[in-house]
Ligand binder design. Structure first.
Ligand code: FES
Length: 382
């Protein structure tokens, strides 16, 4: 293995491959994690190129494959990709908005061997859901498709990204998920990357909102456990109310391998905006990319850590936190993650949470993610 920016420890294999099949999407969520400049990204990998990526990743040891986007359903070859992945022995998971699903397509994916479906919702009521999604019929479609997914026997995750505009309806969200017979419910407070970072002042919930939502979720957990109900509720808090950083991706280049629609290989789906050169699967083998490329070794191990992280006794727990967050907030990808109370930049996090209390932006001020707004952002930055 190359010694570039890494400690001497040999990395293990990638366990989870995320195939971001496309940045195309019929919805316009203002918290999308896709890059702001997605409108100017290169040509998508072909069917044959994706299958070769799956083959090489499986050979390295990857066991789970997520199909994501954008909206992966816009790829007309999705069944073929699922079938190829299943043939290679992956556990496969479709991460979708549900827009573009149909009863026939769900059955076709089952025949191809799809193991698991995750459908995202924007809110528990049609009006807010469709306003956030930028599509008048999205909520009704999602409800219908979630029912078909269950009727066809798939394990189903329902995902709600929560923020200041929907988090107060946490009770209704949980009730809706139970009515739809979700096996898992992800109540994931917005993480501030990509479009969510752009809209942070309009999305970050207050501490009081967050604490209330967590309390209600815990009450529901107890109630469901007492009933022996199979549904599991997963509550993800935002970094902005923490004092220690998360172990992002389980450590840089440790477990997670993301391939963007144009074939760029990344250690997380936000890393493309970092000032780091990342390799492309069209030019290099995945073995070279994972073990030897500069990008995947850049923040591996702990040789690169700045102080106070380098001498911190918690570095084995958080692996230096999140590089994308450090870069977005400080402009320096090597900086201590500002979420950490020991960081000299922790004031940035405190300022953001204060702003959420004092001067939140309204729903109407959110910038929705679409090709037009992406193009405007690209032009303003060039
Ligand atoms: Fe990229 Fe955390 S999201 S390192």
């Amino acid at each position: 293995m190359s010694a570039l920016g890494s400690s001497c420890t040999e990395p293990g294999p990638p366990l989870w491959l995320l195939a971001e099949l496309t940045y195309r999407c019929p919805l316009q969520c203002p918290y999308c994690s896709n890059p702001l400049d997605f409108a100017r990204h290169g040509a998508e990998l072909s069917t044959a190129e994706w299958i070769e990526v799956f083959r090489q990743a499986r050979e390295l040891g990857a066991a789970q494959l997520g199909f994501s986007g954008g909206e992966p359903l816009v790829r007309q070859d999705l069944s073929e990709l699922i079938g190829a992945a299943r043939g290679l022995g992956y556990y496969t998971n479709l991460i979708t908005s549900g827009i573009g699903l149909s009863e026939a397509r769900i059955a076709e994916f089952a025949t191809a061997g799809l193991d698991h479906i995750q459908i995202s919702f924007q809110a528990a009521d049609a009006q807010l859901n469709d306003l956030l999604a930028g599509s008048g019929k999205a909520f009704a479609r999602k409800l219908a498709m979630a029912r078909v997914v269950k009727a066809q026997g798939y394990p189903m995750v329902l995902n709600f990204v929560t923020h200041r505009h929907n988090i107060d309806a946490i009770e209704q969200i949980i009730e809706l998920c139970l009515e739809l017979e979700a096996d898992y419910v992800e109540l994931a407070t917005c993480q501030f990357y990509g479009w969510a970072e752009l809209n942070r002042a309009g999305l970050l919930p207050t501490r009081a909102q967050l604490e209330r939502a967590e309390r209600i979720t815990n009450q529901w957990r107890e109630k469901l456990a007492a009933q022996g109900h199979p549904c599991k509720l997963i509550f993800v808090t935002p970094d902005y109310y923490e004092e220690r950083p998360k172990a992002c991706m389980g450590g840089w280049g440790s477990l997670f391998l993301d391939v963007a629609p144009d074939g760029t290989a990344l250690p997380c789906h936000n890393a493309k905006m970092l000032p780091v050169q990342f390799p492309n699967v069209r030019e290099h083998s995945l073995r070279h990319i994972w073990y030897d490329s500069f990008g995947f070794n850049r923040f591996r191990g702990d040789d690169w850590l700045p102080e106070p992280c380098r001498s911190c006794d918690e570095k084995g727990r958080d692996f230096g936190g999140c590089r994308c967050q450090a870069f977005l907030l400080t402009g320096d990808a090597e900086a201590t993650d500002p979420v950490c109370a020991k960081s000299a930049h922790h004031g940035l996090i405190l300022d953001a949470s204060r702003q959420a209390e004092e001067a939140p932006l309204g729903l109407e001020r959110l910038v929705h993610r679409n090709a037009r707004t992406s193009e405007i952002i690209c032009r303003s930055r060039s």
